[in-house]
Design a protein around this ligand. Structure first.
Ligand code: UGA
Length: 434
């Protein structure tokens, strides 16, 4: 199939690269020319394990290319995936402006096309967007009869850091279709996938995505609240999570307590769903509580440091981990940002380190960055772990002790081995370890 993917962010790039790897002819469209130039040279504009290899092979085999020529690409293809961003408005509600402009340009490009065309929304959009925003704009701009147009909603469930694997071997594929044209196209596109496929309406597909992300975010906020109780009652939440996870109804996944959830999805999506629900006059107490816990959770890390250091003013504090989670350079909504802002506000002298995210982080807060994780420890009064990169967990505790000035270690991800920490006589405190 000839496919156009509109928007070369995380979802667009991974979708384009994996579909081209599966044998389709894919053109990735974007308005930013430099991104497209990189892509055509076989380079990935983002850090994501395995993605650059897929892009390189697609470019080499001529099944993948980048373009800024919307009209031509869409006219030459059978299917267009909308993968543009859906950021938040100031009040947390979803900003659909990129979705609207993408729909307009697709509609305009279709005017000169013969036959059928299917448009599939992959961007995360609140329920009813595909049917009540995308479809009317497309029809108005292209002037086609409804029968020629296929309209689908096919949410993406990939995680950053393992996006390629998630896209190639998904747990499930949700095929939201508004007509038989779109249903047929999506079934054809995914025919080789063995996983369960759920056929439903576009609004159901949209809501499956939001409910899934909101459930996982709420699960994290819930375990974080439980972990905070463990801190007060001398209980190790890791053991509690092991006990809970053995119940197949709960599952052992997403039970890691810590400084809260970040990234470009959970915070934004929970806020957008809460706002959408309120605008439909439905209360969203669970979502609001989940966001509230997530706001206060990183500040607990700062309080733990303050309790041990007495005052934060003038103290040299090293923060290991700036990305919102390991194996990514993405710093969006990173809990480290909240912690570092608070530490600076309190007058601490902060040094940061991250294996991949330092350049991105410097754009939001200009702190001193260490050349490597060992150098980051030099002379620190306190070490705060915020992202559980393997290279941090594997650090030699004796070496940490030698290089630091003090012995306070605050673990915002409960990732260090607390027994070894105690053996080395660190003043160690972790979220969820009482
Ligand atoms: C999330 C979902 O997991 C994907 O299924 C979804 O497709 C994606 O959002 C999206 O909507 O595009 P992602 O944001 O890449 O994926 O990252 P996760 O691995 O889910 O982690 C999100 C945050 O939760 C991170 O800050 C992580 O540290 C935190 N987390 C995760 C915990 O604090 N505890 C856990 O047990 C798991």
């Amino acid at each position: 199939m000839n496919i156009t993917v509109m928007g070369t962010g995380y979802v667009g790039l991974v979708t384009g690269a994996t579909l081209s790897h599966a044998g389709h002819n894919v053109t990735c469209l974007d308005i930013i020319k430099s991104k497209i130039d990189e892509l055509n040279k076989g380079k990935s504009p983002i850090f994501e394990p395995g993605l650059e290899e897929l892009i390189k092979s697609g470019i080499k085999n001529k099944t993948l290319s980048g373009s800024i020529d919307t009209e031509n690409c869409i006219r030459e293809s059978d299917v267009t995936f909308i993968c543009v961003g859906t950021p938040s408005n100031k009040n947390g509600s979803i900003d659909l402006s990129y979705i609207k402009s993408a729909s307009s340009s697709i509609g305009r490009a279709l005017r000169a096309k013969e036959g059928e065309h299917t448009v599939i929304v992959k961007s995360t959009v609140v329920p009813l967007t595909t049917e009540e925003t995308v479809l009317p704009i497309l029809l108005k701009k292209c002037g086609w009869k409804r029968e020629r147009l296929g309209i689908g909603m096919n949410p993406e469930f990939l995680r950053e850091g393992c996006a390629v694997e998630d896209a190639q071997k998904p747990d499930r594929i949700v095929i939201g279709f508004a007509d038989e044209v779109a249903k047929k196209v999506m079934n054809e596109l995914y025919k080789k996938h063995q996983c369960p496929k759920l056929e439903c309406s576009p609004r159901t597909a949209e809501f499956i995505k939001y409910s899934s992300n909101s459930f996982l975010a709420t699960k994290i906020s819930f375990v974080n609240e439980m972990a905070n109780m463990c801190n007060a009652w001398g209980i190790d939440f890791k053991e509690v999570a092991d006990g809970m996870g053995l119940d197949s109804r709960i599952s052992p996944l997403f039970l890691r307590a810590g400084a809260g959830f970040g990234g470009s999805c959970f915070p934004k999506d929970v806020k957008a769903l809460a706002a959408a629900s309120k605008s439909s006059k439905i209360e969203s107490k669970m979502l609001d509580a989940s966001l509230e816990v997530n706001e206060s959770q990183p500040l607990i890390v700062v309080e733990m440091a303050r309790e041990r250091l007495g005052v934060l003013k003038g103290k040299k504090i090293t923060v290991l981990g700036l990305a919102f989670k390991p194996d990514t350079d993405d710093i969006r909504e990173s809990r480290s940002e909240v912690v570092i802002k608070k530490l600076i506000e309190e007058g601490a002298v902060v040094t940061g380190h991250d294996p991949e995210a330092m350049t991105n982080f410097k754009e939001i807060i200009d702190i001193k960055m260490a050349n490597n994780s060992k150098e980051a420890l030099d002379g620190a009064d306190c070490l705060i772990l915020m992202t559980e990169w393997k290279e941090y967990i594997d650090l030699d505790y004796k070496l940490i002790k030698q290089r630091m000035n003090g012995n306070v270690v605050i673990d915002g991800r409960r990732a260090f081995d607390y027994r070894r920490m105690e053996k080395e006589e660190f003043d160690y405190k972790a979220i969820g370890l009482g």
